[in-house]
Design a protein around this ligand. Structure first.
Ligand code: ADP
Ligand code: ASP
Ligand code: MG
Length: 422
């Protein structure tokens, strides 16, 4: 007997028919003798619908201004889907109880709309499990010290599931979704993408942080910190598929490097359309400018990603960086109002129609020329690189958004990702 956590995403919970299927699948695992905890997302489209209503009432709303109420609102999606799943399980003859985040004390900090989990009280859950019940815990939400409902950022149910698995020291956390595993790139963009049987934790962390939305990055961080065995698999296989076959399907995130395994130099390609580029032009080139520009941005709680500073010419330089698209106009306004006059820079320019494309692979550590191959492939396609950023196991470029698919496909092919052995 093992303790298993299942997480089902929005599409997998998208209708009563699908919820019934989830219940049948979970009931099968329960009957096989496992203790089961299930973490569902809201039914697909529900979180967007709810947040859209808020936008109708306050078109210029910001997460900072209405964060607490946005979380009150968005958390209802998961409360509804969790109750429906518990009802469906009971209808299958399986004892089940659902809990909201505050009821099992998924404690978070108070940063509304992007709260971080601090602790989970497992006592109540354990008592139910010991009594043979399947426990359903809402994804995406928690409660802060003041008793306010918080949410964990879009895609946050992955993180709820892994955090619950860590708190309960579960034997495995299975993330059921609408694809049958982690692919070399998003199969919606490159139909020739290949499912990986395993992916190393470090690569998964990079892929998630660089935009692969199959797992929320914090879920991967949690899995790494607490060594939670994590697998991504399909909820669209027949629910009554042989459980042994199901248990080894999908993609396993591995923590140990398999020394015998031939590492592909590049194992995946990620892309992110959520960023915007901002340039401060004609900045006097003197010590402290990066701090003056980015310090003001950080003080406004805006995260910065790729940064470049050009070589100076005639004592002046250009300084560019990327932020999340949601923070784009706020950042431009802030720079125009505060930083430009103080710095004596010429002007602030921006471009929200960019995207970041990245190649990822631990094999890049021991191979040279990988980045230059990437640049060559892009130049052969006539794609202009606007910014570059590298780390030990990834190279990212910022390019015009309209070339994103072309870039992803060309790189996927050039690095033989449709053929490499997993
Ligand atoms: P869920 O609602 O189950 O959480 P998501 O939409 O958040 O599902 O994540 C699954 C989606 O992630 C897939 O449908 C796929 O389009 C996308 N995706 C992006 N990159 C990858 C990748 N490398 N491998 C698999 N899926 C990916
Ligand atoms: N329902 C939330 C969202 O749409 C959380 C999740 O699905 O993981 O972002
Ligand atoms: Mg998701």
């Amino acid at each position: 007997m093992a303790l298993i956590v299942h997480k089902y995403g929005g599409t997998s919970m998208g209708s009563t028919e699908r919820i019934r299927n989830v219940a049948k699948r979970v009931a099968k695992w329960h009957r096989a003798g496992h203790q089961m905890v299930v973490v569902p997302s809201a039914m697909s489209g529900e979180t967007n619908r709810l947040l859209g209503l808020a936008k109708e009432l306050a078109p210029a709303h910001s997460d900072a201004a209405h964060g607490r109420e946005l979380d009150m609102l968005a958390a209802t999606g998961e409360q509804a889907s969790s109750a429906l799943l518990a009802i469906a399980l009971q209808a299958e003859g399986v004892g089940s109880v659902s809990y909201a985040g505050w009821q099992v004390q998924v404690k978070t900090d108070s940063s509304y709309t992007k709260a971080r989990i601090e602790s989970i009280d497992d006592e109540r859950v354990r008592a139910d499990l010991d009594a043979g019940r399947v426990v359903v815990i809402t994804g995406f939400q928690g409660v802060d010290d003041g008793g306010n409902i918080t949410t964990l950022g879009r895609g946050g149910s992955d993180t709820s599931a892994v955090a619950v698995a860590a708190a309960l020291k579960a034997d495995e956390c299975l993330i059921y979704t609408d694809v049958d595993g982690v692919y070399t790139t998003d199969p919606r963009v490159e139909p020739d993408a290949r499912r990986m049987k395993t992916v190393s934790f470090e690569e998964m962390l990079e892929m998630a942080s660089l935009g692969s939305k199959v797992l929320q990055i914090r879920s991967v961080e949690f899995a790494g910190k607490y060594k939670v065995p994590l697998r991504v698999l399909s909820s669209f296989t027949p629910w009554d598929i042989d459980i042994k076959e199901e248990a080894v399907s999908g993609t396993l995130i591995t923590f140990e490097e398999d020394e015998n395994m031939e590492q592909a130099v590049v194992s995946g390609i990620a892309f992110n359309r959520d960023e915007a580029k901002i340039s401060v032009l004609g900045v006097p080139d003197k010590p402290g400018i990066a701090f003056q520009i980015l310090g003001a941005v950080a003080d406004a709680n805006i995260e910065v990603d790729v940064i470049i500073q050009n070589l100076s010419k005639d004592g002046k330089t250009d300084f560019s960086f990327t932020v999340h698209r949601n923070d784009y106009s706020k950042t431009v306004d802030l720079l125009n109002a505060k930083v430009l006059p103080e710095l004596g820079a010429a002007k602030v320019e921006g471009d929200a129609k960019i995207c970041k494309v990245s190649i990822v692979g631990i094999g890049m550590r021991s191979h040279v020329g990988v980045a230059s191959k990437m640049f060559r492939v892009l130049s052969e396609e006539g794609i202009n690189i606007q910014m570059i950023s590298t780390s030990e196991i990834k190279t990212s470029v910022v390019i015009d958004e309209k070339y994103m698919e072309l870039a992803v496909r060309a790189l996927h092919k050039a690095f033989d990702l449709d053929q490499a052995a997993s």
